[in-house]
Each structure stands twice: as C-alpha cells, then as structure tokens.
Design a protein around this ligand. Structure first.
Ligand code: HEC
Length: 177
C-alpha cells in the first residue's frame, strides 16, 4: 500500500469510529430520557390517521348481513356443512373488526365485537356441531339480537337485524338433496 495514503485512511477510520461512539452515547441518553418519561415517544400521526381511514366498517357489515341471511336458510334446511361455512365467514368478518382497534362513537369496536359478535357466533357454532335445529333457531335469534345490540351501543339503534323471511339470492340451493 502507498505509504502516504495509509495515515490518511487511518485518520478517517478513527474519526468515523469516534463519531459512531458519540452517536451511540446520544441515543443511549435519549433512551434514558424516554424511560424516565421526560420525553414522549414521537408519534407519527399521519400514519395513525391513514390506518383509521383505511378501516371501513360498512362493507364488512354488508358481508355479514348477506351471510346471516344465507345462514338462516342453510340451518333451516339442516344443511349443517353449509351452515358451518357461513358461520366461519361471519366469524372471519368479526375477527377483522376485532383486529382493527377502531372506534365508533366512543365505543372500542374490538371490545364490542367480542361481546356482541364473537360470543353469539361461537354459541351458534356449537349448535351446528351438535346438529340441533331447535338450538340453532334459538342461537340464530340470539345472534340477530346481539347484532342489533351492538348497533344500539354504537348509536345506530335504527339498524335492526332480524330473522329473514326469504333468501336474498334465488340461484342457490340450501337443502342437501
Ligand atoms: C361491534 C359492533 C357490531 C356488531 C357485533 C355488528 N355490527 Fe353491524 N354495524 C355496526 C356499526 C358501528 C355500524 C355502522 C357502520 C357505519 O357507520 O358505517 C353497523 C352497520 C351495519 C349495517 C348497515 C350497513 C348496511 O350495509 O346497510 C348492517 C346491515 C349491519 N351492521 C349488519 C350487521 C349484522 C348482520 C351483524 C351480526 C351478524 C352485525 N351488523 C353486528 C356495529 C356492529
């Protein structure tokens, strides 16, 4: 190696090392401040807003309404395999709400969906596993009461869910035969 370049390279290396050590010390002292609670962790508010805006509740509700309609006719026909399929779809929609951590009129939806959504849907799941139609009807009505219950707690009491009288779609067969 050229003897003239070597000392220059060495100096650059030493300066870089010293600068890195300085940065580490600075970060450590910032961390100490944060731990003491003196400095607040800066929040990237733009990101938080973006996440909240992305979460759209109405399309999920629309999906649940369709599946709740189909579920009634599948259960009424004692088609338990198809009923289980729709229950799974409703449960997935509810889990999306649970993961959102979104709020509606001051109500945390992740908490609300556990009480008004996941509990009744899990009870309904059990009736399908036991193939008990009487119990299915009871738990189905209980689900619709809970759907409406959550609407009331979130100040949407005018959205009332009931047992359907006819299938939304006429191009699907619900009976097994
Ligand atoms: C965690 C609370 C919660 C639960 C549980 C819940 N909903 Fe909703 N639902 C809401 C809220 C909040 C809105 C209003 C959404 C908005 O403002 O866009 C809504 C709106 C709706 C709407 C109106 C939108 C539309 O497409 O007409 C329907 C229908 C609906 N829900 C169906 C259901 C059904 C069916 C169930 C049960 C299987 C259910 N919801 C369970 C909170 C809930």
């Amino acid at each position: 190696m050229n003897n003239k370049i070597a000392p220059v390279l060495f100096t650059v290396l030493v300066i870089t090392c010293l600068f890195s050590i300085y940065q580490i010390f600075q970060l450590k002292s910032e961390l100490r401040e944060i731990k003491k609670g003196k400095t607040e962790i800066p929040k990237d508010t733009t990101k938080v807003e973006a996440v909240e805006e992305e979460f759209e509740l109405a399309p999920i509700m629309g999906r649940m309404q369709v599946y709740a309609n189909k579920l009634w006719f599948a259960g009424d026909a004692e088609n338990w395999e198809l009923s289980a399929f729709y229950i799974e779809e409703i449960e997935e929609a509810m889990e999306e709400i649970e993961e959102s951590n979104a709020e509606e009129n001051g109500v945390n939806l992740s908490q609300a969906v556990k009480e008004w959504g996941l509990t009744p849907i899990k009870n309904l799941e059990k009736t399908v596993e036991s193939k008990d139609k009487k119990q299915f009807i009871l738990e189905y009505d209980n689900l619709t009461i809970n759907c409406s219950g959550c609407h009331t707690t979130t100040k949407h009491s005018y959205i009332r869910i009931i047992r359907p009288t006819s299938p939304i779609f006429t191009n699907q067969k619900y009976s097994i035969q």
